[in-house]
Design a protein around this ligand. Structure first.
Ligand code: 13P
Ligand code: SF4
Length: 345
């Protein structure tokens, strides 16, 4: 039997006890095994709704960890490759976030609320929860930040600088931002700052340039450019549309046959869309891959699933179960739940 056949057979045996979420950047082999695929917001919402006893999360570690934070009592979350991390999420710790908050407070009399990107670990999310803040994702950053600005607050946004500045531009407050460097220094000044932006980044998305976009446009006059908001500010400003992976997917899926798209996000995902929609021209702006997402393969997924079968039969320990310490979990859950509550209103 192939790995795919073994995976299908275990899925059939476990039935509704098991669910396999996968992020859009996972490989085709993994997407083929998934029960649902989406951006980090959709994955968090879908995981919070499932009653499956076992969630085998195919994504990077902060995504599996978020599913574990939101899990119901008794639910188990497994991550087939615990070494699949996100370099951006590693760019801030709760300790640094505390120091940044303290420094930002010297520049405004407004209360400062942390809004932390989903691409962060439990300690940073717990920091946000503890200080009345929320998690956000690339699909909802503007709505979450606006919620706190409307209440007269300033926002400490971390860890992705690009998502922060692109969100500030969208909300018309680009000039009221101050960057805080990772050695806890203010890099700029602004009158009445409304957003303090940590300077983390995604190396996959930072690669996209204006020159690459110009070349794509020159090759096809009707080419529309769609990029992820983790791209640099000038790239997002030049693009026709920016959005999360699911928003990019939806825009392309809903476009008429014959449309042309130059897409600025992870290559394997763009390639999959190109294969799925052959009646449209879909080209990647670069061939930049998130190697972290690609670390999960069918062999590792199968090992996770076999450990569930063994656990059911003999009570043996689960392989790579995601455990979030209680002292972090409660506050991190508050920050995630605040995001879900703001989005429901
Ligand atoms: P999405 O939430 O848009 O899927 O983004 C997650 C991510 O890590 C992009 O690099
Ligand atoms: Fe992290 Fe970038 Fe990979 Fe997204 S694409 S998971 S931000 S390294």
């Amino acid at each position: 039997m192939t790995n795919l056949e073994k995976i299908s057979s275990i899925k059939k045996t476990l039935g509704s006890k098991l669910t396999i979420p996968a992020h859009h950047y996972e490989t085709d082999d993994i997407v083929a095994c998934a029960d649902f695929v989406g951006d980090s917001y959709k994955l968090a919402v879908d995981c919070s709704h499932t009653d499956a006893q076992y969630i085998v999360f195919c994504g990077v570690r902060f995504m599996a960890e978020s599913a574990a934070i939101l899990a119901k009592p008794g639910q188990k979350v497994l991550h087939p490759e615990p070494g699949s991390g996100c370099p951006m999420a590693d760019m801030i710790t709760a300790e640094q976030a505390h120091a940044a908050l303290k420094l930002a407070a010297t520049r405004t009399s407004r209360e400062i609320i942390p809004v932390v990107y989903m691409n962060s670990y439990a300690d940073t999310k717990a920091f946000a929860g503890e200080h009345g803040g929320a998690v956000c994702t690339s699909s909802n950053a503007a709505k979450i930040v606006q919620h706190f600005l409307d209440a007269g607050k300033a926002v400490l946004f971390a860890p992705d600088y690009n998502l922060g500045i692109n969100t500030a531009d969208l909300l018309g407050i680009g000039a009221q931002t101050i960057k805080i460097t990772r050695d806890i220094q203010l890099e700029s000044i602004a009158d009445d700052p409304r957003m303090f932006l940590w300077d983390g980044f995604c190396h996959v998305h930072k690669e996209f340039s204006l020159a690459q976009i110009s070349r794509q446009r020159a090759s096809d006059a009707k080419m529309q450019v769609i990029v992820h908001p983790e791209c640099n500010r000038e790239v997002v400003q030049t693009a026709d549309i920016s959005g999360s992976t699911s928003q990019i997917y939806a825009a392309i899926a809903q476009s008429p046959a014959g449309s042309s798209w130059a897409v600025g996000t992870e290559y394997q995902f763009v390639n999959r869309m190109a294969e799925k929609f052959p009646e449209k021209t879909i080209v990647p702006i670069t061939t930049s891959i998130c190697v972290e997402m690609s670390k999960i393969d069918q062999e590792k997924l199968l090992l996770s699933l076999e450990s569930i079968t063994n656990h059911e039969e003999s009570g043996s320990p689960l392989l790579h179960e995601v455990i979030v310490p209680h002292h972090l979990r409660d506050h991190a859950r508050m920050a995630l739940n605040r995001m879900l509550a703001i989005m429901e209103n």
